[in-house]
Design a protein around this ligand. Structure first.
Ligand code: GRF
Length: 200
């Protein structure tokens, strides 16, 4: 890897893939110097796989194992192989709903990042925008952070705030947070692609 080359990305997701779409938009329209090499999902019909296919990335469904919360070791080894075959340098979690374990973390130390729909350390875990509404927060937002074994606990890289407005429903607040995600995640990837803070 050297400066000037595109940063080779692997993306793991379980959902509709709007963050991946935003990353492709930044690559095509704003010259984000990155390339999505492979998109991996633990959900066979996830929208994120269709988005990857539409943009000519390799896509792969992996059987996640028996646990609803975690990947089993065998699945992690499969994912590591897929990522290494594509010479992936950095792994993005974009709505990946299973906890990443030690096999993946060891293969990509400080090279796996996640986007979470709250201003961490507030509101870790599921449906963070509902947690923000329940807490009566006036400000919500999103966080990009390094992934470690804890859930939503890794070192914070960047955050973006959005207002919580009177009368916001969970859906409306979530949509506003997602708009901020679609700006923040490409910005962070752009930083990694240009600065290569992990380059050896
Ligand atoms: C995002 O809201 C992200 O913060 C959370 O999962 C959601 C993924 O959405 N981790 P999408 O699949 O990128 O649309």
């Amino acid at each position: 890897m050297s400066a000037g080359e595109k940063l080779r990305l692997g993306v793991l997701g379980s959902g509709k893939g709007s963050n991946l779409e935003a990353i492709f938009r930044a690559i095509h329209e704003r010259h984000l110097p990155a390339e999505v090499k492979v998109v991996v999902s633990d959900v066979r019909d996830a929208g994120i796989l269709a988005i990857g296919r539409a943009h000519h990335a390799h896509t792969k469904y992996v059987y996640p194992g028996e646990s609803r919360a975690r990947l089993d070791r065998e699945t992690e080894r499969n994912i590591v192989n897929l990522l290494q075959q594509e010479h992936v340098e950095m792994v993005l979690l974009a709505g990946f709903m299973r906890i990443v374990g030690p096999v993946l973390l060891a293969a990509f130390p400080r090279r796996i990042i996640n986007i979470h729909p709250s201003l961490l350390p507030e509101h870790r875990g599921l449906r963070a925008w509902e947690q923000a509404l329940a807490a009566g927060d006036g400000v919500a937002g999103c966080t990009v952070h390094y992934v470690e074994e804890g859930v939503d606990t890794g070192e914070i890289i960047a955050q973006a705030e959005v207002d919580v407005l009177p009368g916001d429903s969970p859906e409306v607040l979530h949509a506003r947070i997602q708009e901020a995600e679609h700006v923040l995640y490409p910005e962070v990837i752009d930083f990694f692609a240009r600065e290569r803070p992990f380059a050896v």
